[in-house]
Design a protein around this ligand. Structure first.
Ligand SMILES: [Zn+2]
Length: 261
């Protein structure tokens, strides 16, 4: 069943040039999966229809850097989904339960509306596999950022790899995915934090090595409006490459997993 993936924040670090930070929404019937909760969460105030009819919202965090979680503070502004769960890698990557990590952020002196007051459940993501509302999710610990992060894979349709320096082993994780969304933080000619972020050309290497159908560049740098230098070098290796734009909807073919037994 084709489900729309809506890019709510295509940028990294801070919002600029029309790009909010790290957030995407995958909608399937009355279920929605949010990938990261950067400032892009605020786009839902601009497009509330994206959550209309959603009964269950699963919000999956790759890590806790502020450009990926500050939108959690905007959740009280949204129409409440009857069942909302935040999933994070606290226990798996940091030895601290995600609930305990987010407790600090969602209470004073940082924020006046605690998550529990919003009836939002907080749970931990394992490194490995889980299934949420019929969607198979695989996670992989990524160790090439300033703090550990999770790579995500949704069935064979979408792999989401952000906040990592180039990691050749990402290709095996994303093998055969229809769409690979991979961060692209700088063009190779102008390296910027290459020890914790990936050049567009290397995102394309991962996509090509993975045999991905297409590459979507995400976590785009806020320093300049244009993404042409990133696209140009990525397309040299992976012609089917686009740079994410806030508001884009991409059809993702989330297959229902076969019934067990
Ligand atoms: Zn980030």
């Amino acid at each position: 069943m084709a489900s729309p993936l809506t890019i709510l924040g295509a940028g990294g670090w801070f919002p600029a040039h029309g790009r909010q930070t790290a957030c995407a929404l995958l909608r399937q019937g009355d279920h929605a999966m949010m990938i990261d909760a950067g400032t892009g969460v605020g786009r839902l105030a601009e497009r509330p229809e994206l959550l209309h009819g959603v009964h269950r919202l699963d919000l999956v965090l790759t890590h806790f850097h502020l450009d990926h979680v500050c939108g959690l503070a905007y959740l009280p502004s949204l129409d409440e989904c009857p069942e909302t769960t935040i999933w994070g890698p606290g226990a798996a990557l940091y030895g601290t339960r995600t609930r305990d990590v987010l407790d600090r952020l969602s209470h004073e002196p940082f924020h006046p509306v605690p998550l529990e007051a919003q009836r939002i459940e907080v749970r931990d993501l394992p490194v490995g596999e889980l299934e949420l509302s019929g969607i198979r999710i695989a996670t992989r610990a990524q160790t090439r950022h300033s703090a550990p992060t999770l790579g995500l894979r949704f069935g064979d349709d979408l792999a989401w790899i952000t906040d990592t320096a180039h990691d050749p082993e990402s290709a095996a994780f994303a093998r055969g995915c229809a769409t690979l969304a991979h961060e692209a933080w700088f063009p190779s000619s102008h390296p910027r934090n290459p020890d914790i972020h990936t050049a567009a050309a290397d995102a394309a290497v991962v996509a090509a090595d993975a045999g991905a159908g297409q590459l979507l560049l995400i976590h785009l740098p806020p320093f300049k409006a244009g993404t042409e230098p990133l696209l140009e070098e990525a397309r040299a290796r992976m012609p089917a490459t686009e740079a994410a734009i806030d508001g884009w909807e991409i059809d993702i073919d989330l297959r229902t997993p076969p019934a067990l037994g």
